[in-house]
Ligand binder design. Sequence first.
Ligand SMILES: Nc1nc2c(c(=O)[nH]1)N[C@H]1C(S)=C(S)[C@@H](COP(=O)(O)OP(=O)(O)OC[C@H]3O[C@@H](n4cnc5c(=O)[nH]c(N)nc54)[C@H](O)[C@@H]3O)O[C@H]1N2
Ligand SMILES: Nc1nc2c(c(=O)[nH]1)N[C@H]1C(S)=C(S)[C@@H](COP(=O)(O)OP(=O)(O)OC[C@H]3O[C@@H](n4cnc5c(=O)[nH]c(N)nc54)[C@H](O)[C@@H]3O)O[C@H]1N2
Ligand SMILES: [Mo]
Length: 648
Amino acid sequence: MERICGTPKDKFLTIAKMISETSSPDKVMTSMYALGWTQHSKGSQNIRCMAMLQLLLGNMGLAGGGMNALRGHSNIQGLTDIGLMSNLIPGYLTLPSEKETSFGNYMQTRLFKPLRPDQTSFWQNYKKFFVSFQKSMFGAAATAENDWAYDWLPKLDVTYDVLRAFDLMHQGKMTGYFCQGFNPLLSFPDRGKVTAALSKLKWLVTMDPLETETSRFWENHGKYNEVDTASIQTEVFQLPSTCFAEDEGSLTNSSRWLQWHWPGADAPGEAKSDVWIMAQLHKRLKDAYRKDGGAFPDPILNLVWNYKDPNDPQPDEIAREVNGYVLADVPDPTDSTKLILQKGKQVPAFAALRDDGSTACGCWIYSGSFTEAGNMMARRDNKDPGDMGAYLNWAFAWPANRRVLYNRASANLEGQPWDPSRKLIAWDGAKWAGNDIPDIAPTAKPGTVMPFIMNQEGVGKLWVRAGMRDGPFPVHYEPFESPISNPINPKIKGNPVARVFKGDLDRMAENGSKEFPYAATSYRLTEHFHYWTKHVQVNAVLQPEFFVEISEQLAAEKGIKPGGWVKVSSKRGQVEAKAVVTKRIKPMICDGKTVHIVGIPIHWGFLGAARKGMGPNSLTPFVGDANIETPEFKAFLVNVESIPGPVA
Ligand SMILES: Nc1nc2c(c(=O)[nH]1)N[C@H]1C(S)=C(S)[C@@H](COP(=O)(O)OP(=O)(O)OC[C@H]3O[C@@H](n4cnc5c(=O)[nH]c(N)nc54)[C@H](O)[C@@H]3O)O[C@H]1N2
Ligand SMILES: Nc1nc2c(c(=O)[nH]1)N[C@H]1C(S)=C(S)[C@@H](COP(=O)(O)OP(=O)(O)OC[C@H]3O[C@@H](n4cnc5c(=O)[nH]c(N)nc54)[C@H](O)[C@@H]3O)O[C@H]1N2
Ligand SMILES: [Mo]
C-alpha cells in the first residue's frame, strides 16, 4: 500500500485501527464518497472495495453507517432513478439488448430466483414494475397480446454513454445532438476531440438558461477557444430554458428524499420551462409522423399524453403519472363485493402494482410519492420522535418512505437492535416496528427472511456473480496515465477493460513518461459552481482568474514564483495560468519515485463575468471507468514550465 499510494505506513495503520474499531455493536462508521473515488478508470471498484469493507465491519443498515454517494447536482440521484442513463428505464429497470428479441427472452434474465426458502425481494416483482411502466408510456395500446408493446422499446447493441456519443460524433457517425443542461465543451475530457466532434455535427440544439461555451464552440476566442470558424458548418439552435429555481417540481437528494420545491422567481425574457419545450417537440414530432408516416411511427404515435393542456404539462400532473394510477377496478379475491384498487385512483405504493395491465406507473420506486392523500414530497413535518434523523413525515424517501436501506441489518438475527440506544427497527414478538419503515415484510419472523433482500442469497455479497466488467473482485490498477508502472502487474496499463476508443490510446502518454512527468488532478472551488457562477459578478469577483496549484517543492525545482505564469501541457493540449504555490499539495513517494502533483480547478471558460480561462479539460484523457464510464478526471500526466507571461 505504501509503495503504491505513497501514504506513510504509520499513518495508514492509524486510520486502519480507527476503522476496525467500528466493528463493534456500539460504534458505526459511514463512508461518504464523491469524485476522489469515482473519477478514475477503476472508479466502480474503488467504491466496491469500501462497500465490501463496510459489510465486513457490520456497518451496513445501521444508523450512521452505510455507503453514501454524495451527489453533486441537487437532482443527480433523481437522474439515475428516473432512468436517464442510456441503458436504463425508470426505477433501475434495464433496456433490452438487441439479443432479447422477445418479451419472454427479456424476462428470463430478469426473473429473480431466491437461493434460500422464504427469501423475498422487490425484484421478484420486476414484471409488475415493467408492465406498469409500459402502461404509463403506451396506455391502451400496450396489451397482453402485443407483450405490453415490448417491441416499441429501443434494443441496445452497446451502451450509449456520453463518451461513446462524442466518439461517434467524432467519427462522423452522429449528425445531430440535443444538449439539455450540459456544457460538454468545458465539462468533458479532451477538449480537442470534443471540439472536432461538435464541428462534424449538422446540427446542435442547446437548451439552457445561460449562454454556454458549448453553444458557442464555433466562436474564435484566441487561445481560449482556437477554432477556424469559417470551416465549421454546424447549425446551432439555442433554446432558452428556465433554471431549477424558476421551476416547480421535485429534487431527489443523496438520501433518496424526493423534496417538492416551488419557483423562487419568474423566468426572464423568452425562457420557457424544460417541460414546455419538450411538449412542443412532442407535438411537432407526433404531427410529423401523422402527416408523413415514417419507418416506425408506433412508439411516438401511441405515446400517452394525458395532460389538461397538452402544450403545457403541469409538474403535479407528471408527478401523479410517475407515482402511478389504477386503470381498471381490481376486486378483492376474498370478497368480490369489495375492491382493492379502484379505477382512476392513485396507487398507494409499489406493492399495489400489477402485471395484468390494471395499473400504470412511471417509476415504481417513486410509488407512494403522490397518493390519494396528496403530494407526499411536499410534506414538511420535521418531528423526529426517535431522534434517529429519520423525519418520516418530511418529504418522501424511496422506496416506501424508508430512510435507511437495509435497516433489517441494524438488528441481530433474533430481531433485536445491535445497539439498543440507536434503534431503527426491532421485532416485538408479532411484527417489525421502530423509528424507520422496516426493510422487511412487517410480519416476517426473524430468521425467515434474511436482511439483504436485493440479493438472491439474502445476505451481503463480497463476490459479484455478474455485472462488473473488470471482474468479480477489485484488483489494483494504476490510472491510464501514471507516473509509475503498476507495481503489482507491471505489464498492465491502466484498467484493461476501461472505456477507451480506437485512436485515443495514441493521445495518451506512456507510464513514467519523461515528457509529461507530473501527476495532474482537477477539482472545484467553493466560490464557483461549475460553469454557471462565472456569469455572476459577485462570484467572478471572489474568484476572478484561472490558476493552477503546485507544491513549494515543485515551484523551487522549476523556478516558479507564486503568482508567476506557467504553461501546463499534456499529450492532448496545453493551458496557461498563474501558479498558486501552496503547502496543501505535497510531493509523494510512489514506488520509490518522487511524484509531484499539479492541481487544476475547473471553473473557467470564455463566457461570463469572470476573466477568460482554460480549465483542465484541454489536458484530460478521453478514458472512462470500465463499468459506469465516468471519465478519469482525477489522474493524468502533464508537464509544467515557467513562462514569462501570458502569450497574447
Ligand atoms: N462550490 C461548489 N460545490 C460543488 C460543485 C461546484 O462546482 N462548486 N460541484 C458539485 C458537484 S456536481 C460535485 S460532483 C461535487 C464534487 O465534490 P468533490 O468530490 O469534493 O469534488 P472535487 O472538488 O472534484 O474534489 C475531489 C477531491 O478528491 C480528492 N482526490 C483526488 N484524487 C483522489 C484519489 O485518488 N483518492 C482520493 N481518496 N481522493 C482523491 C481531491 O483531493 C479533492 O479533494 O461537488 C458539488 N459541489
Ligand atoms: N476535469 C474535470 N472535468 C469535470 C469534473 C472534474 O472534476 N474535473 N467534474 C465533472 C462533474 S462531477 C460534473 S457534474 C460536470 C458538470 O458539467 P455540466 O453538467 O456540463 O455543467 P454545469 O455547468 O453544471 O451545467 C450545465 C448547464 O445546465 C444549465 N441548467 C441549470 N438549470 C437548468 C434547467 O433547469 N434546465 C436546463 N435545460 N438547463 C439548466 C446550466 O445553466 C449549465 O449551463 O463536470 C464534469 N467535468
Ligand atoms: Mo458532479
